[in-house]
Design a protein around this ligand. Sequence first.
Ligand code: GRF
Length: 195
Amino acid sequence: MKVPVGILISGRGSNMLSLIEAAKAPDYPAEIVLVLSNRETAPGLHLAAQHGIPTIAVASKAFGADREAHERAVQGELVRAGVQVVCLAGYMRLLTPYFVGQWAGRMLNIHPSLLPKYPGLETHQRVLEAGDKIHGCTVHVVTDGMDEGPIVGQAEVAVLPGDTEESLAKRVLAAEHLLFPRALKDFLKRDKNTT
Ligand code: GRF
């Protein structure tokens, strides 16, 4: 049986789409049962709907500074949809210990750097400034520290002479699209073998 997976997004949703596409394969271990955004205008919501995936927006704006109240509303939707594993795909919210605790060991995030290098934002710019020759992306289990949890998978991307933030971001994103479906699959398989 496929594991019901929920994807949280805030914007474009290109990583979300790569997961939706992968999950169409009959032998892929996950089924995407819900795409949820904290922004009503996230383009990824339309994209998911076009693929027949149930979508919902739980606008964080409506909750002001009360992050946990927003997360409780999100949690309600995830539970209602029967989600068992959550994938963060460009979900631009800092999570509280409440939400991380609800999904301990069952929530993955994709990050555009080779963690533990460059947690946080502006990763491509920081890689270029540091003169690194190798960059990449990481899928990791979400824990309380930002971009810190156990690594599930990584993909390397060479930094080329003349690279700009844009050119590098484009190649890293292409690597992300391959990595996330592969990492989710590995994660679910491992999980199955240990339970
Ligand atoms: C990706 O670069 C991802 O690594 C980061 O946010 C971006 C989301 O892009 N967490 P998209 O919405 O999946 O296109």
